[in-house]
Each structure stands twice: as structure tokens, then as C-alpha cells.
Design a protein. Structure first.
Length: 110
């Protein structure tokens, strides 16, 4: 898994490529927590390069959304790969995350 992050005026974009599974979810969680601890309230996860999202990865997304909402922010998803969309729908949590076809649209909503 590879994580690349960029700061923008109203949100940070975290691009995740590869697999988010039991062996890698903690790296994603750590990167997200770095941004939250730095004061970011709005995060966009760019997931078009995410090949697989395990239940551990879903838990990270849910936990992040809860934390950010408590701080007046939110977690949005942009460009999700079809497999990611399927996993979120099967888990019944797709409604928890605003999802955008492009990162530009996600950033414009912040």
C-alpha cells in the first residue's frame, strides 16, 4: 500500500493505492491521525487506486468519520474504485461518507 497526502486550503487529500488489509490498515490509520492531530477537520480519501478494502480498513474510515464529525468536520471519499464502493455498500456504511466522482468536486464541497 502507498499513501500520498497533499494539503489544500480547506482539506487534506490522502491518496491510497494498493491493498488496505489487516497488514496495512494501521499505516492508513496513522497517516489519518497525523492530519487530525495537526488540526485538519476535513479529509478527502482518494481511492481510485485502492484494490482492496478489508473490514479493518472500513473500521478506520468509520472511526475517522466519527472523530472528524465531533470536531465539526468530515471525511469524504473521491474517485472510489468499484471494489471499494462494493465493500462499503455490502457493509451498509456507504451512506456515512459523502462520495464524489472527482477529487476536485470533493474539495469544492468543503
Amino acid at each position: 500500500m502507498e499513501i500520498i497526502a497533499h494539503d489544500y486550503p480547506h482539506a487534506a487529500v490522502i491518496r491510497v493505492t494498493g491493498r488496505v488489509d489487516a497488514g496495512t490498515y494501521s499505516a492508513l490509520e496513522n497517516k489519518i491521525n497525523e492530519y487530525i492531530e495537526a488540526g485538519h477537520k476535513h479529509l478527502v480519501l482518494e481511492l481510485d487506486g485502492t484494490e482492496y478494502l478489508s473490514s479493518a480498513g472500513v473500521r478506520v474510515l468509520i472511526s475517522t468519520q466519527k472523530t472528524l464529525k465531533g470536531r465539526g468536520g468530515r471525511l469524504a471519499i473521491s474517485q472510489p474504485a468499484a471494489r471499494v464502493t462494493d465493500v462499503l455498500k455490502l457493509a451498509g456504511v456507504d451512506v456515512l461518507f459523502p462520495t464524489y466522482a472527482t477529487t476536485v468536486a470533493a474539495l469544492a464541497s468543503e
